[in-house]
Design a protein. Structure first.
Length: 240
């Protein structure tokens, strides 16, 4: 039986209702459109995100199960504290967004390709310049050794990708992000789809409907622009 997948208009940033998403592959909702800031913000505000490979059309997803970190889930354990002291690590916000997204897009040992294609990188740089996309960096002296980036919708952070150049630095970036979010009164991190690494760190799986409720609760609020100005996260380092 043929599967009908709605194709988005180039002139309309609206999306089909979430209950139109396929069950196989899970969450595939629509194709086409573009990666303009307006469409991306519309998507994230409705529990939708883009994910596609080279040679594919733009594909839009809203999976039936989401992975999220609840507030207070991520803490500095003994290993991370030792690494902070041993390697003289620092964490920051938005000092190196372009470098973080490049590192996230770089081929990995068991994953030679990447879904963070040049057009995706350009789209998220645009969101960053508009104040919607943010990066967390982990530094060993002046060397970038880990980090992550994502999109802030209200007070809910929608994580996109992370990387390590030193073991555990992606986890440290997650801890730093949650510390920052909790300073602003929330602390929820959306990680899109569950995987073993996220589950090992304490991410929980919730239904699409529960995620939509979470998005409605925290996505309607606003944060001050100064909260996401480039800065070092001293609170994380002080906990070491």
């Amino acid at each position: 039986m043929a599967i009908y997948l709605p194709e988005l208009s180039a002139h309309d940033v609206s999306f089909p209702k979430l209950d139109r998403a396929l069950t196989e592959p899970d969450g595939l909702l629509a194709m086409g459109g573009d990666l303009s800031p307006q469409r991306l913000i519309s998507a994230y505000s409705q529990a939708i995100f883009p994910w596609f490979s080279e040679g594919d059309p733009i594909l839009w997803w809203s999976p039936s199960v989401r992975a999220v970190f609840a507030p207070d889930t991520l803490q500095l354990n003994r290993t991370l504290k030792k690494q902070i002291n041993r390697y003289q690590l620092r964490c920051s916000i938005n000092f190196a967004f372009n470098d973080v997204i490049k590192c996230c897009a770089a081929p990995r040992a068991k994953q030679p390709g990447t879904w963070i294609l040049p057009e995706m990188q350009h789209a998220y740089r645009q969101l960053h310049n508009l104040g919607y996309a943010h990066s967390i960096e982990v530094w060993q002296q002046d060397k970038l050794v880990g980090g992550l980036y994502g999109v802030l919708i209200g007070k809910l952070f929608c994580g996109e990708s992370m990387f390590n150049l030193v073991p555990n630095m992606a986890k440290l970036a997650l801890v730093a992000l949650q510390h920052q979010l909790q300073q602003l009164g929330a602390g929820w991190i959306d990680c899109q789809m569950p995987n073993p690494f996220l589950q090992q760190q304490g991410a929980q799986a919730i239904s699409r409907n529960d995620y939509v409720r979470l998005l409605y609760q925290y996505g309607q609020t606003t944060t001050a622009a100064d909260d996401w100005q480039p800065q070092y996260l001293e609170l994380v380092a002080n906990n070491a």
